[in-house]
Design a protein around this ligand. Structure first.
Ligand SMILES: [Zn+2]
Length: 318
C-alpha cells in the first residue's frame, strides 16, 4: 500500500486510528478506549498496543507507511511532541513524549499537534473550509476547543499552543474554570454548560416531575426544543447568546471569512447555526460582516485524524 499514512487521534476517552492516503482519503479506522482503568495504564501504552494490532490486522508493517500524524488532547509542544499541559482529569498524561515513543518504535517521521488544531487543519484540507484562508473554528463539547487559520496558516504562537479559545474570560465574577481562571468562555458556551444550565432550571419546568436529570444531554435538550418546549428554548437561547458573545470578540480580533462550529451539537443547523449566525451578525461591527460565513464542521470525529496527517505532510516530515 503506497502513499499511505497512519493518523492517530488521542482523546481523553478513546484513541482512534486511521489509514489515510496522501490526498486525504480515509481508508480504515479503529477505535479503542484509553480510560478503562482510570488511566492507570498510561495512554501511550494503550496507543502503541492498538497501533500494533491495527497494522497486523491490515497486514501492514511500519515500512509500508510514510509517517504518523498524531492529534492529541491537551497542550502539545509541536517541536518536541511532548504534552506540556493537560486537562486535570487525565492522569499520567502530562510530559508524555508522544513523538519520541512513536519514532523509536516505528522508525517513521512523526508529528504531534493539539486535537482542536488538527480539527481545523482537517476541515481546511478535506472538510467544510476548503478554499478559505481566514478561519476560526470552535469545537463545542465538554469544553471548547479552538483553532485559528490566518492567511492560510495555522496560528501556532510562540510555543505552539495558541488557540485555546475556551479560556478567555467573559464573566469577571463568573464560574471557576479547570484552567485556574474565572469566567472562561467554555464555562458558558460548551455543551456541558448547556446541560448544567438546563439541570439548574429544571425545577421550574412544567415537565420537572417527569424528567430524570441523568437523561439530559445535548440531544435530549434539542429534542425538547423541536417538540416545542418554550422552557428548554429559553435556556438554549441564553446559551446561544453566550456562544455569540465570545465569537463576536474573536471575529473583531481575527477578521475571519469563515466560522466553523464543531462538536456533535454543531449538526443542529436550524436550532444552533442559524440563530447563532443571526446573533453574531447583529453584534459585530459592519466592516466584519463582509463575506462572513458560518458552517458546521463536516468531518465529524474524523477531522482530528485527517488534520493530523495533513499537519505531518505540511511540516515536510514525510
Ligand atoms: Zn479556563
Amino acid at each position: 500500500m503506497n502513499n499511505t499514512y497512519l493518523g492517530v487521534d488521542i482523546g481523553g476517552t478513546a484513541v482512534k486510528l486511521g489509514l489515510i492516503t496522501g490526498d486525504g482519503n480515509l481508508l480504515f479506522t479503529h477505535t479503542s478506549p484509553v480510560n478503562f482503568d482510570k488511566y492507570k495504564t498510561p495512554i501511550m501504552k494503550t496507543v502503541l498496543r492498538e497501533i500494533d494490532c491495527f497494522l497486523s490486522k491490515n497486514k501492514l508493517v511500519s515500512s509500508d507507511l510514510l509517517g504518523i500524524g498524531v492529534s492529541a488532547t491537551g497542550q502539545i509542544d509541536p517541536k518536541s511532541g511532548i504534552v506540556t499541559g493537560s486537562a486535570g482529569h487525565i492522569s499520567n498524561w502530562l510530559l508524555t513524549p508522544v513523538k519520541d515513543l512513536l519514532e523509536n518504535r516505528y522508525h517513521l517521521p512523526v508529528s504531534v499537534a493539539n486535537d482542536a488544531n488538527c480539527a481545523i487543519i482537517g476541515e481546511h484540507w478535506k472538510g467544510c473550509a476548503i478554499g478559505f484562508s481566514d478561519i476560526i473554528m470552535i469545537t463545542i463539547g465538554t469544553g471548547i476547543g479552538g483553532g485559528i487559520i490566518c492567511n492560510g496558516r495555522l496560528l501556532s504562537g510562540h510555543t505552539g499552543i495558541a488557540g485555546e479559545l475556551g479560556h478567555f474570560s467573559i464573566q469577571k465574577d463568573g464560574t471557576m474554570c479547570s484552567c485556574g481562571n474565572i469566567g472562561c468562555y467554555e464555562q458558558y458556551a460548551s455543551a456541558s454548560a448547556l446541560v448544567k444550565a438546563v439541570r439548574e432550571a429544571l425545577p421550574s419546568f412544567h415537565s420537572y416531575s417527569k424528567t430524570d436529570p441523568d437523561q439530559i444531554n445535548g440531544k435530549f435538550i434539542f429534542d425538547q426544543v423541536k417538540a416545542g418546549s418554550i422552557e428548554y428554548q429559553r435556556v438554549v437561547d441564553n446559551w446561544i447568546d453566550n456562544i455569540a458573545m465570545g465569537l463576536t470578540g474573536l471575529i473583531h480580533i481575527f477578521n475571519p471569512e469563515l466560522v466553523v462550529i464543531g462538536g456533535g451539537i454543531s449538526q443542529q443547523e436550524e436550532l444552533l447555526i442559524v440563530p447563532l449566525r443571526e446573533r453574531v451578525l447583529s453584534k459585530i461591527m459592519p466592516g466584519f460582516r463582509k463575506d462572513l460565513q458560518f458552517r458546521s464542521a463536516k468531518l465529524d470525529n474524523n477531522a482530528g485524524l485527517i488534520g493530523a496527517v495533513r499537519n505531518l505532510i505540511e511540516k515536510g516530515a514525510a
